[in-house]
Design a binder for this molecule. Structure first.
Ligand SMILES: [Fe+2]
Length: 395
């Protein structure tokens, strides 16, 4: 929900008659958030939205998160290597839950083909980060091009499907509340402030509308809806991509992490200066290449910290992460609240005098503890916690 957008046909006044050139009436749909009090979009369909041929429980869907107690105790630093994941499948089906709490589920997916059905996730907004690959998101709002390095926001319950140009590797955050721009980035009228780390122009919007009054976008006659962790299959009389115009704040977008403007201070600034997107119970941060601190005695490496309220998850993407060693692209670390964490031995000292960092990483802090799934346990590097031990002879 960045700002207002509109495209295609719509009547001068909402909730009034709109007709196609042949005289047929068009059908308005309101996509609303927060009941009827939050952000919303008006969608104008060529045909009624409700006809379905059949509604049944779906045999298709993705794995639903459940805790694996073996991955939960003892309380320690953990590392999951997503490079061990088997590639294949469609985005709506092949995503695997790794960590979750009541606010957020973190997935990783390695799809090699596009969705052959439409999908609508009634359980939450989806925020994806595309580590590798490219494609397009087809939705009732239009076509959204997506490429490596993009965050992609898919609003709750939006009917969509992914098309892949190249196989993807992607981390996904399913938020059970909204995913929003942190409110500190906006001025009182909602415009992104000049000191925000991105501008309105940095967001890529859907190319729409996806249909005209004489030609709807053809596609599957099958919609999978997820709600309450259960999947329902809805057979459709027609493809749902018949929106000839829309207006509002609820639409999918893409944001390239390379457009994130980092900040540098006199001395080390806390992780919150990397804030990118937020939601109830979590904060997503972007670590991008940047100059480091300017004080002649600065220690650029993060100080050890006991952030007692947060679990911290980092997906490593590129470059040497200042505070860690032995982690490569695709590794995901979990540093849980309750125990202090900090740089690997030697990293703190080695950072003194450095002037820039080339690290690229996505972090999420959650305020409730994250629970690991069996899918995460399968990817775990059991030696990670002990990698903080002082090397023999250096203690
Ligand atoms: Fe940390």
């Amino acid at each position: 929900m960045i700002d207002r957008m509109s495209c295609g046909l719509m009547p001068d006044k909402p909730h009034t008659v709109l007709r196609a050139p042949d005289g047929a009436i068009l059908y308005e749909e309101m996509l609303t958030r927060g009941g009827f009090s939050g952000a919303f979009s008006y969608l104008y369909h060529r045909y009624p939205t409700t006809p379905a041929t059949d509604v049944t429980p779906s045999a298709r869907g993705h794995v639903i998160a459940s805790v694996d107690e073996n991955g939960r105790t003892p309380l320690k630093r953990r590392l999951y290597d997503t490079r061990k994941m088997t590639k294949g499948g469609m985005p709506f089906e092949c995503r695997l839950p790794l960590l979750f709490n009541s606010d957020l589920t973190i997935y990783f997916a390695c799809p090699t083909e596009g969705d052959d059905v439409y999908f609508a996730n009634g359980d939450g907004d989806e925020l994806w980060y595309v580590q590798e690959g490219s494609g397009r998101l087809e939705s009732v709002c239009g076509w959204l091009p997506v490429t490596e390095g993009d965050y992609v926001w898919v609003p709750r319950s939006l009917i969509h499907r992914w098309h892949l140009d190249k196989p993807m590797r992607m981390i996904g955050f399913e938020a059970h509340g909204d995913v929003v721009v942190p409110k500190d980035f906006r001025n009182p009228i909602g415009q992104l402030k000049m000191d925000a780390p991105y501008t309105h122009r940095d967001f890529v919007r859907p190319e729409g509308p996806i249909a005209t009054t004489s030609a709807v976008q053809d596609g599957p006659r099958e919609l999978i809806v997820k709600k309450g962790g259960r999947f329902t299959r809805i057979g459709l009389e027609r493809p749902p991509m018949d929106v000839v115009g829309w207006e509002g704040f609820v639409y999918p977008w893409a944001f390239a992490i390379t457009k994130y403007q980092p900040k540098t201070g006199l001395v080390h600034l806390p992780p919150t200066i990397h804030s990118t997107f937020a939601g109830p119970g979590f904060l997503v941060c972007s670590f991008v290449p940047r100059l480091t601190d300017t004080h002649p005695q600065a220690i650029p490496c993060p100080y050890p910290h006991s952030s007692v309220d947060c679990d911290e998850v980092i997906l490593y993407l590129r470059g040497n992460f200042t505070s860690r060693r032995g982690v490569g692209p695709g590794a995901i670390s979990l540093h849980p609240a309750g125990i202090a964490h900090g740089p690997h031995p030697g990293a703190y000292e080695a950072s003194i005098g450095s002037t820039r960092t080339d690290e690229l990483a996505v972090m999420v802090d959650t305020f409730k503890p994250l629970l690991p799934t069996a899918q995460a346990v399968n990817l775990e590097d059991g030696a990670y916690h002990d990698s903080w031990r002082t090397p023999a002879g250096q203690g």
